[in-house]
Design a protein around this ligand. Structure first.
Ligand code: MN
Length: 232
């Protein structure tokens, strides 16, 4: 007999490259505006303020090869290729010098965004949840363990739509480094094993349409692919 009055939701999880064990997703944190060229294209001065964060629900994860239904209530649905950090341990007020000890591995992610709702939220001082935290809004590839890929300092990241280049950058150009992001985030939340951090996207974000094939990659972490499906 179940201890719950309604059926318990499944534990969201993601593949670990080359293994049958999976990585259980607890929370998804995301960094806004973490590449200078993207900050500028959105109209902001890089490093003029500390990193800021928003979240997505854990069950928004869509594995590589999956379909992302075109979301409701938007006319401007965007892609954002990002380096994703997966944590194996947590903490509060983690020192930057110790932050990498928490990292389990790294993956390629796509921070899907309802750009028109984000712009409206910004203008009216409202939260970003509707723009960022929707169903199927977190594209995510398999996680590569630190033991096999180390802690990447520089690597090209890129994204194509139907084979056409859209985004290109290098994780060396992150405004706030992975240790800085983990340290700052841990002053707001107690981090824990199973947490994912989307670290931000370079310039070139743009719209997606039903039927599009979106491929994103980071050198050393492989590439991920999603098809934009019909609205649910
Ligand atoms: Mn993003």
């Amino acid at each position: 007999m179940s201890q719950y009055a309604v059926s318990a939701p499944p534990q969201p999880s993601v593949a670990i490259r080359g293994e049958s064990l999976r990585f259980p997703v607890r929370r998804i944190y995301c960094v806004g505006r973490n590449y200078a060229d993207h900050a500028r294209e959105m109209g902001f001065d890089p490093r003029s303020e500390p990193p800021f964060f928003f979240t997505k629900p854990a069950d928004a994860v869509v594995a590589s090869g999956g379909e992302v239904p075109f979301p409701s209530r938007t006319g401007d649905f965007h892609h954002e290729v990002e380096l994703v950090v997966a944590l194996k341990a947590g903490g509060i007020r983690v020192a930057p010098a110790r932050a990498l000890e928490l990292v389990f591995g790294y993956a390629v992610g796509n921070d899907f965004t309802r750009r028109d709702l984000q712009a409206a939220a910004r203008q009216t001082g409202k939260p970003w949840d509707l723009a960022k935290g929707f169903d199927h809004g977190a594209g995510l590839g398999p996680i590569h363990r630190v033991e096999s890929v180390g802690h990447p300092q520089r690597a090209r990241l890129w994204l194509t739509v139907n084979g056409e280049p859209r985004q290109s950058g290098d994780i060396a150009d992150l405004i706030w480094s992975v240790p800085e992001v983990i340290a700052e985030l841990s002053t707001y939340f107690e981090l824990s094993a199973g947490d994912l951090i989307y670290t931000g996207t370079p310039a070139g974000v743009g719209p997606l349409a039903v039927g599009d094939r979106v491929v994103a990659g980071i050198d050393g972490l492989g590439e991920i692919e999603h098809r934009i499906g019909a609205p649910l």
